[in-house]
Design a protein around this ligand. Sequence first.
Ligand code: AHR
Length: 492
Amino acid sequence: MNNLILNADIERGIIDRHVYGHFAEHLGRCIYGGFWVGEDSPIPNVRGIRIDVVEALKSMGIPNLRWPGGCFADEYHWMDGIGPREKRPTMINTHWGGVTENNHFGTHEFMDLCDQLDCEPYICGNVGSGSVQEMQQWVEYITSDAISPMTDLRRANGREAPWPLKFWGVGNENWACGGNMRPEYYADEFRRYQTYVRNFGSNEISKIACGPCRDDYEWTRVMMERTHGFMTDLHLMKGLALHYYTDYRKSATEFAESDWFAVMKGALYMDELITRHSAIMDQHDPGGEVGLVVDEWGTWYNAEPGTNPRFLFQQNSLRDALVAALHLHIFNAHNDRVRMANIAQTINVLQSVILTDEEKMILTPTYHVFEMFRVHQDAKRLSVELKVADYSLEDQVIPGVSASASRDPEGQIHLTLCHTNPNNPVDLVCELRGLKASSVSGRILTADTMTAHNTFDEPDRVNPVNFTGTELEGGALTVTLPAMSVVVLELA
Ligand code: AHR
């Protein structure tokens, strides 16, 4: 018997909407061609930003956008991206394919994009090859209302009022592309740089430090010990960024069940990583002041054949939809420590929610999971207990079903389910405690093959549809989950 208990009377805190965040780097066709086409483009745009993309991301409920990188961030000099576009210097994107960029998408364009998306900007500053002064001036340029050379410059560039800005990253992957630093060295650099990331007027910035690469627990320990808590009496960061990719350098769309299984297992490893990094953070920060910010996650396959391998353009199948659902469930379950997360990357790079080809745009299966799961954003997490058959392949096992439930501010209860087994359906008997449900409705995302994906010729191959696999009798709910599926239910 497969059982789920939903305890509607046991609340476990708020699921921060920012764990449903996104990431846009100057990499391949994410910014140029993805978000930005320029004002003179025949592709419909508002001030150079694609209308179709903005509409799709708004419908999905994008809460924040991280920019400009990634590895690009530690090579980016923001002053090259302001002022009249025709006068901006070009730059070589050395990290991502050595292409020349014209800097037409800079600070003003990014802030405009976030305004159009109605989402919070999250900017990552340059520690690796930048200076403290450069970072200090960038923050002042964006957020200060005082009279100063930086704010005069902003006004001269057409923006009178400062922009509100909540999230600031102090470098990216400073253990690798961001300067190859040791944790002890970066901890000191973080202490220095963050000093000059100032709060102007009423603007309050949450400073996010570069955190560990996957299971580098030593990095977390050093950062916590040297920049936060009782050992130092310092409270300098609001977030520590963890990066972990489900790295599986094979085809995104041609694979067997063993590949499906390996990718599910790789995604589930996120739970162990968060648990162990959180345990270290708990020692230094028992009050949970510092959030774990998983600001890069997602699948990383081989680039699509025939594309520039440094552009990291990959297709996105039903398998990616399940990877997204598993991650979002894990983040929800760790809502006491995980305050923000950003899937990499929004458009045309790695596990994207959108793919574009000139004027054409399609939504990926991953997009649909984010849209289905948006009901959890800023909702109260509810306790869920699961006893379900594992999914096993040869001598390996992973959980067959993962789940998450929440109550939104209007009092609606939502239950999301992810069934990893690609071979058989499962009947899930759900006990609803503390809740008298009289109706249930929902949507499902699945397909007839595990490699199913959307293309420009067949954009709706993997698309959510109404879900009819529920039975509600005498307050007991039975859900028949088809093989390899993601479901969202609303209980009323
Ligand atoms: O998302 C692609 C790259 O992966 C980012 O630039 C970097 O931070 C990470 O290694």
